[in-house]
Design a protein. Structure first.
Length: 344
């Protein structure tokens, strides 16, 4: 029998540290609040008033996701201030494919032991992601679970809710053979394929993530932690003047796996491989790992993070509108009769 009084802190949960963390992040979280947010940090719930005067037939659109093993790179580098951007991107870019505007976001951070400095950096990234996506960070949960996670490791996940008019939702049934496929440039690996990448670079080749890589123009760690591009404001702006028939967020499964998800039955896509420059990180992975083309295109985005399908006559105008938003894009293929994705 233990005669010494036992506390929750003795068991590994530091409530005072958690309270200090919430107090520190509150000002940065409030920066994301849209005018529709009615509640503040600290309540058991979040209140968000939807302005229904903007919508004649409103539909809510939601998505949830995490960041995957890209977190392992953040652990290695002890750099946590961008991984939250990835988290918001993986959720917000998904609902964007319906044409939805993200309204609010919630996060879940699970740790073995709360490191306040690291946790603040994580939330700094999440708030930055919310600002880029134009949504409010209205709440979240920080769970301290001693013995459940390895020392200095954590997991994060998120949930986003957006809105659109039912009649404004993209309708892939309008897609026809001959429509143009427009690829928007990614910022690199985004948040997919990291199990292969870590196996190749760190386990097999024992590369130092802090060493400068001439082929990348930066260290390997800097490349691997480059945040996922958030396309929300660019696409919502483009939809004001363009008819976009369908959109795809190129995540796990690459172009090969994600493009068929937006095609009506009886249609496929032909991709012209010469239509864009594949970024050096993908070339490095393929060369060092002797990875064949098929595996590359079903694992990675290959430099295309988001795809639009438009009528062929609208394609050049689409490139102009995207360029005005600072987004690099190319016509990378066309819709064909058939199924799946073929490369030429």
């Amino acid at each position: 029998m233990n005669n010494t009084p036992l506390t929750y802190k003795d068991a590994g949960v530091n409530i005072a540290q958690a309270d200090a963390f919430v107090n520190e992040i509150t000002p940065m979280v409030r920066r994301t609040f849209r005018k529709e947010v009615l509640s503040d940090i600290g309540a058991f719930y979040s209140l968000f008033r939807v302005d229904l005067t903007r919508y004649n037939d409103p539909v809510l659109v939601s998505s949830t996701d995490g960041v995957g093993t890209k977190l392992k790179i953040a652990f290695m580098l002890n750099k946590h201030d961008t991984i939250g951007i990835d988290l918001v991107a993986m959720c917000a870019n998904d609902i964007l494919t319906a044409g939805a505007e993200p309204l609010f976001f919630l996060d879940y951070l699970a740790v073995g032991r709360l490191d306040k400095a690291a946790a603040v950096d994580i939330l700094r990234g999440i708030t930055e992601g919310c600002l880029q996506a134009g949504c409010s960070l209205v709440g979240g949960e920080t769970a301290e679970m001693p013995g459940f996670y390895a020392e200095n490791e954590y997991d994060i996940s998120g949930f986003v809710v957006g809105i659109l008019n039912r009649g404004d939702a993209v309708d892939p049934n309008d897609i026809q053979a001959g429509d143009s496929v427009i690829g928007l440039a990614s910022t690199g690996l985004h948040s997919n394929g990291y199990s292969l990448v870590r196996r190749l670079f760190l386990d097999i080749n024992k590369l130092d993530v802090n060493v400068h890589m001439p082929t990348l123009g930066k260290t390997l760690g800097e490349e691997l932690l480059t945040p996922t591009k958030i396309y929300v404001k660019t696409i919502l702006n483009a939809r004001e003047t363009l008819k976009i028939k369908a959109m795809a967020h190129i995540t796990g499964g690459g172009l090969t796996g994600n493009l068929p998800r937006i095609l009506p039955k009886g249609h496929g896509i032909r991709i012209r491989l010469s239509s864009w420059d594949v970024p050096p990180i993908f070339q490095l992975v393929q060369k060092m790992g002797n990875v064949d083309d098929q595996e590359m295109f079903k694992t990675f985005n290959m430099g295309i993070g988001y795809v639009l399908i438009t009528h062929r006559e609208d394609a050049q105008r689409a490139l102009e509108v995207l360029s005005q938003s600072g987004q690099q894009a190319n016509i990378i293929g066309e819709v064909i009769k058939g199924s799946g994705v073929e490369y030429q």
